[in-house]
Ligand binder design. Structure first.
Ligand code: UDP
Ligand code: MG
Length: 319
């Protein structure tokens, strides 16, 4: 790829790690980080965002930060969700290269060496692609597949299937992300939307080292809806087509009935068929209203313009 030679010499790599109840994984995490990214010839900044943890993640992290100048901590005032926590981390990260990373080591930090090498070749975004999702249950894989298919079918910008937030970004890309004003941060969608020169690196996603996932199905479903509605207006527009088609069908049916009455005489109409039509039309209207509600609710969130996150405490900042 033709691009001015980039070199890691004198550059800083920022890791951005959102943490929600991750006290159990911290020892393993920092051990692995020291053994991997600690060995790259890059200055290191580790931005940890405590997203309203209820365990002693914050206490352990402050203790750790006291003995490690590479660590900078941001404590949010409550649990804002992973997307908001990531946004907070990206906002304060100073590195020339920025890598968001899950605390539970499901994003293997060994891979970052490959990411950096590709960045030096001229790519602005190097993202991890889950080559096999055998660490996920069958149901999770199926729903994830369904999500990516429907998202990419609806949205104007595709997101590569099976990518998460694990990626390396050039400073220019981070600045572009920070400039996006929306409150609803569906990060994977935003990452794809900003563009730049992107390349994927396949990897096998391991299971989390300890603790439990914060994403039950209920939360994943809400997350998927957030993603779809942020990046596609097709669910809103489809009702025009559905409405027009039903109107044409209804007109045809009316014409047939009138002709039949004229030719055959008065019919005794079927109660069953009538009910079916009424119920079906009613259901369609309810769905359409529901879709409107999803969008209006989100527009309301955006219009209120509340901050994406609130910071309670910071450690390792000069100002
Ligand atoms: N996380 C967060 N806020 C939340 C939920 C999760 O900051 O409300 C963090 C969590 O600490 C982890 C990452 O997001 O670093 C991924 O979460 P998790 O492992 O629970 O999700 P999964 O891997 O099961 O999708
Ligand atoms: Mg995880």
């Amino acid at each position: 790829m033709a691009s001015p030679a980039r070199t890691r010499v004198g550059r800083t790599l920022s890791l951005v790690i959102p943490m929600h109840d991750e006290a159990e994984v911290l020892d393993a995490l920092f051990q692995r980080l020291d053994a991997t990214v600690g060995q790259l010839s890059l200055a290191l900044e580790i931005v940890c965002v405590d997203d309203g943890s209820r365990d002693d993640t914050w206490a352990r992290m402050t203790a750790r930060a006291a003995g490690d100048p590479r660590i900078r901590l941001v404590g949010l005032s409550r649990n804002f969700g992973k997307e908001a926590a990531l946004t907070a981390g990206l906002d304060v990260a100073l590195g020339d290269l920025v890598v968001p990373l899950d605390a539970d080591l499901q994003d293997p930090p060994e891979l970052i060496a490959d990411f950096v090498a590709l960045w030096e070749q001229g790519y602005d975004v190097v993202y991890g692609v889950r080559a096999d999702r055998s660490s996920d249950t069958r149901a999770k894989r199926w729903t994830a597949g369904l999500f990516y298919r429907s998202f990419n079918w609806l949205a104007e910008r595709e997101i590569p299937a099976s990518t998460g937030d694990f990626r390396l970004m050039d400073r220019a890309v981070v600045e572009a992300l920070k400039a996006l004003p929306e409150r609803n941060r569906f990060m994977k969608g935003l990452f794809a939307w900003v563009g730049f020169r992107q390349v994927g690196v396949p990897y096998v996603r391991p299971e989390r080292v300890a603790g439990t996932s914060s994403f039950p199905y209920r939360r994943l479903f809400r997350f998927a809806l957030d993603g779809m509605t942020s990046f596609s207006t097709a669910p809103l527009r489809v009702w025009t087509v559905v409405g027009a088609t039903s109107a044409v069908v209804a007109l045809l049916a009316a014409a047939i009935i009138v002709v039949r009455v004229l030719v055959v005489g008065r019919d005794v109409p079927g109660y069953a068929s009538l009910m079916v039509v009424i119920l079906f039309a009613f259901a369609l209207q309810m769905i359409a209203l529901g879709v409107l509600g999803e969008y209006i609710g989100r527009m309301y969130q955006e219009v209120k313009g509340r901050p994406i996150y609130l910071i309670r405490d910071r450690v390792g900042f000069d100002d």
